[in-house]
Design a protein around this ligand. Structure first.
Ligand SMILES: C[S@@+](CC[C@H](N)C(=O)[O-])C[C@H]1O[C@@H](n2cnc3c(N)ncnc32)[C@H](O)[C@@H]1O
Length: 352
């Protein structure tokens, strides 16, 4: 592996598109919302805003998947759900620096923006979030019971015998009781992701999901999204996916790696306000990850917020560091800089 070096950022066209889309989003929420451009947030945008948003997508050469008048096209994949810390808005930086590889690994998979948008090889992915991985397993299996329950949900949702907020709260209670079957857990998780306020994910100190109902989504229609989950493009993508639910180190210890393997590593940031589950990703975990990465036998790309702590952690090693600006759309009570430095740290020379 070569000498450590710092390279200049690319131009920021993709960020500009994200900013433009953000400008046309009618509500500004207290929380980071992933600027997923093509996930069909029906009922949130009005027609003008929808046209502007789609224009931005088209300018960017992106496929449109929305709940509006345009027919869905499924030739290309995008993440199956919104996920805090998702990398859709940083693909422009990440994608050109991915090396050729035979096997793809992702130990902190989350919404899998990199996998769904860019990877076509056999993939081994993992996340410590149990319900998230159960959800992927249901989609991979195209589980008929899961989709039948989803249909039942849509019927209840459309009947409106109780308010939609009440339905949401009942589902949130059942999810938090953590006593239902795997299918129900995956289902509740998916519904909460779709209808939670501002698409936020947050758990309290006892690990209970506590995001309120997103009133802006009261008329959101998820039928198109369900069709997408059953589409050929998603099925093909899921067929290449091997899914694990574990701590990253246990997951990685299952494999022996070689230079044809590529691993994309996107852990929680060490200053993150987002708690994905009961456990935080502590500084000790950051150290543990660094110890693992410096002796990794394949190629890896780590994406991380470039804090002093992270810089000191990786500086002593022969790695390549590429730094760029990440513009956050939301500032959470001063806990996040609107502009923060992110870094891609690789153990190989990137193409550009
Ligand atoms: C920044 S997110 C990954 C986002 C993803 N790259 C995307 O595009 O959506 C970090 C993920 O790490 C997971 N995680 C946290 N601690 C973990 C651990 N010890 N082992 C494995 N996964 C963990 C979280 O559940 C979360 O999904």
């Amino acid at each position: 592996m070569g000498k450590r070096q710092i390279v200049e950022p690319l131009n920021m066209d993709f960020e500009d598109v994200v900013e433009r889309v953000a400008k046309h989003t009618p509500e500004r929420y207290e929380g980071e919302v992933e600027p997923v451009l093509n996930d069909g947030e029906g009922g949130v945008l009005d027609v003008n805003q929808k046209n502007q948003r789609e224009r931005a997508d088209i300018d960017e050469g992106k496929e449109i998947i929305s709940n509006f008048t345009k027919p869905l096209t499924f030739s290309k994949c995008c993440p199956l759900l919104k996920w805090p810390g998702g990398k859709t808005s940083e693909l422009q930086e990440i994608q050109p620096r991915i090396p050729k590889h035979k096997r793809y690994f992702e130990p902190f998979f989350g919404g899998g923006a990199v996998y769904f948008n860019t990877i076509n090889t056999q993939a081994f992915v993992n996340d410590s979030h149990c319900e998230l991985m159960l959800f992927y397993k249901m989609i991979k299996k195209q589980d008929t019971d899961f989709f039948a329950l989803l249909n039942d949900f849509i019927e209840v949702w459309n009947k409106r015998s109780i308010t939609r907020k009440e339905i949401y709260l009942q589902i949130r209670d059942r999810y938090n009781q953590n006593q239902s079957s795997d299918i129900e857990k995956a289902l509740d998780f998916f519904i909460l992701r779709e209808y939670a306020y501002a698409g936020m994910f947050r758990v309290n100190s006892s690990g209970k999901f506590n995001v309120p109902f997103g009133a802006a989504y009261v008329n959101k229609n998820i039928q198109k999204k369900i069709d997408y989950l059953k589409s050929d493009a998603v099925i093909a993508k899921m067929n290449k996916l091997n899914i694990s639910n574990n701590d990253f180190k246990y997951f990685l210890n299952e494999f022996s790696f070689n230079e044809n393997d590529f691993m994309f590593v996107d852990p929680p940031y060490n200053c993150s306000f987002t708690k994905y589950g009961e456990e935080d990703f502590s500084l000790k975990d950051q150290d543990r990850l660094r110890d693992y990465l410096i002796s990794f036998k394949g190629k890896f790309m780590l994406v991380t917020q470039y804090t002093d702590y992270i810089r000191k952690l990786y500086e002593p090693y022969n790695l390549y560091t590429y730094i760029y600006d990440k513009k956050y759309r939301f500032n959470i009570k001063g806990r996040f800089n609107r502009n923060a430095k992110h870094a891609l740290i690789t153990n190989y020379v990137p193409n550009i």
